[in-house]
Design a protein around this ligand. Structure first.
Ligand code: GLU
Length: 293
């Protein structure tokens, strides 16, 4: 059974960029008669707010993007992440690190070796890093084909737990994808650099392999990714079918004139039914593009 997911961070409202990721993963899952799960990535409680979570759930419902089961809420899963981290520690895959961001930057964005060599313990206030062997040097992406790590630089020994005490994205993401039995991850290309480390972590934990499809990003006028951090505007949901159509067209999907020219003649459910049955993953473009919002 195919199981996909959408994993928004509720640090702001749902915006056009997140709609593209939501719709892309939804269409892929439903076109394969699979499940589509929702995960709220609110592990960083300083950035995330309940009102944004509520808003994201409400917007997805208005857009007809109904998920299977109950959403997984990361802020309620600390115990589970702690267990996974303890397991990695027992197997010797972690070390404590007190390096500051500026020190890592000075070292060309890579964590210097010495915390690792010293095998530092997990002191209070220390971050915890994954002792990576950088063994995953490539993977095949459904949209972009063969991807080599050399083209997507990322942190060598990535964080499992941050100095401020929050569990880090790679740890919680890999844990939760396993928990929900996800078989394929469909998300933005900006997460390709993290994927190599996530595959390595999943293998270390003995989790099954999955496949990946990276979607192009919707870029703002200035060429940067629409994101909650740069205050991308929330969606105007007065015409949900128009929004869905725009996101689907951004994903390279094509529709006959009677739909493309007058989307408001359709109900959300009718549009989605058509979009699911005509979804073609091979039409998804590789290149990210500017989109006015
Ligand atoms: N939470 C991330 C975001 O909102 C997505 C993470 C993922 O799909 O693995 O960009």
């Amino acid at each position: 059974m195919y199981r996909g997911r959408f994993a928004p961070t509720p640090s702001g409202p749902l915006h056009f960029g997140s709609l593209v990721a939501a719709l892309g993963s939804f269409l892929r899952a439903r076109s394969l008669h699979g499940e589509w799960h929702l995960r709220i990535e609110d592990i960083d409680e300083t950035r995330c707010r309940q009102e944004y979570t509520d808003g994201i759930l409400r917007d997805l419902e208005v857009l007809g993007l109904f998920w299977d089961g109950t959403p997984l809420i990361q802020s309620r899963r600390h115990e589970i992440y702690r267990e996974v981290l303890d397991g990695l520690n027992i197997q010797g895959f972690t070390y404590g690190c007190n390096c500051t961001r500026s020190l890592i930057k000075l070292n060309g964005g890579h964590h210097p070796e010495y915390c690792r060599i010293e095998g530092r313990p997990w002191n209070r206030g220390a971050a915890i890093r994954f002792k990576s062997s950088s063994s995953v040097t490539c993977f095949t992406d459904l949209v972009r084909g063969f991807l080599s790590r050399a083209e997507f630089p990322s942190e060598n020994d990535f964080l499992l737990k941050r100095r401020d005490g929050f569990f880090a994205y790679n740890l919680v993401s890999v844990t939760d994808d396993r928990e929900t039995g996800i078989t394929e991850i469909v998300r933005g290309v900006d997460l390709i650099p993290d994927t190599f480390g996530q595959i390595e972590l999943a293998r270390t934990l003995g989790y099954p392999e999955m496949s990946y499809a990276s979607l192009p990003l919707a870029l703002s006028e200035s060429g940067s990714k629409y994101s909650k951090q740069n205050h991308a505007p929330g969606l105007d949901l007065r015409n949900p079918v128009q929004l869905l159509l725009r996101a689907a067209v951004f994903l390279g999907q094509e529709y006959p004139p009677e739909i493309a020219a007058a989307p408001d003649n359709l109900r959300v459910s009718e549009f989605l039914e058509y979009a699911v049955s005509n979804f073609d993953v091979r039409k998804i473009p590789v290149v990210s593009r500017k989109v006015p919002v």
